[in-house]
Design a protein around this ligand. Structure first.
Ligand code: ADP
Ligand code: MG
Length: 261
């Protein structure tokens, strides 16, 4: 059975896309069949895998308005078992369509229904979501079995978290009772930075049981690593850009933890 995981945090720049792309690629390298769905109008996951707007005709927007099937939009990537549903800036229009639509009821479940048509072909479906708690993120959370919440190890890291957790609770109560928090993922951690250490200490205090652990029982923390920031400009996940980098190792550990769960 396939497992559907949404990467969510309404704050921008916390490492959602980096996590979605590199977790998906690490799972694919571990020979799992993976579908990465880019559900952010900024389309950063799409560009991170080397695709540009002229490389594809249809994208997640066409899926969400009901005009196309997911299978009409799927792109093959350089990793044989990693497929991508691309996004495009046109996706911003979807929110308006949702509100204008006469069949408002059930619009939170459009993505879930579309995923249902292809899910048996994949071991993992990873959804990258936009930096907002609007209809797209609601769709992404309603379609998922679980959510990974990247937390940037910087000032104000936990700001807004209560709102995200409330949204998750509400979705669980009304639309998707199965939804679980898979884990909180500290990102951009820097051992030299006291603030980073403080955020990590806060996370271990509040969410100890919801942090990922590696095989050797260490908490998984994504370090600040320049290779993670560079690899998107080469259109590659970090595992194909610098497999030995600390960033790549950390995402491989995360993939191992997911495979073991
Ligand atoms: P989001 O999707 O939450 O907006 P991104 O994954 O796009 O966040 O990350 C924001 C920026 O930080 C990007 O330029 C990305 O390359 C960079 N970045 C993300 N994670 C790391 C990391 N661990 N080390 C260094 N740079 C990172
Ligand atoms: Mg992003």
């Amino acid at each position: 059975m396939s497992e559907i995981i949404t990467i969510a945090n309404q704050k921008g720049g916390v490492g959602k896309t980096t996590t979605a792309v590199n977790l998906a690629a690490s799972l694919a390298v571990a020979e799992k069949k993976v579908l990465l769905i880019d559900a952010d109008p900024q389309a950063n996951a799409t560009t991170s895998l080397g695709f540009h707007r002229n490389d594809y005709e249809y994208n997640i927007y066409h899926v969400l308005i009901g005009a196309k099937k997911i299978s009409d939009t799927i792109l093959k990537t350089t990793l044989p078992t990693l497929h991508l549903v691309p996004s495009n800036i046109g996706l911003v229009g979807v929110e308006k369509e949702f509100y204008d639509s006469e069949t408002r009821k059930g619009r939170e479940l459009i993505l879930k229904r579309k995923i249902d048509e292809v899910k048996k072909e994949y071991d993992y479906i990873i959804i990258d979501s936009p930096p907002a708690l609007g209809p797209i993120t609601i769709n992404a959370l309603s379609a998922a079995h679980s959510v990974i919440i990247p937390i940037q190890c910087e000032f104000f890291a936990l700001e807004g978290l209560a709102q995200l957790l409330n949204t998750i609770r509400l979705i669980k109560k009304t639309i998707n009772p199965k939804l679980k928090i898979k884990g909180f993922l500290p990102t951009m951690y820097s051992g030299q930075n006291n603030l980073s250490k403080q955020v990590f200490a806060d996370l271990t205090q509040h969410f100890k049981n919801k942090l990922f652990k590696s095989n050797d029982d260490e908490f998984i923390v994504i370090p600040r690593n320049v290779k993670l920031a560079e690899s998107p400009s080469f259109g590659k996940p970090v595992i194909l850009y610098d497999v030995k980098s600390t960033g790549s190792q950390a995402y491989q550990h995360l993939a191992q933890a997911i495979l073991a769960s």
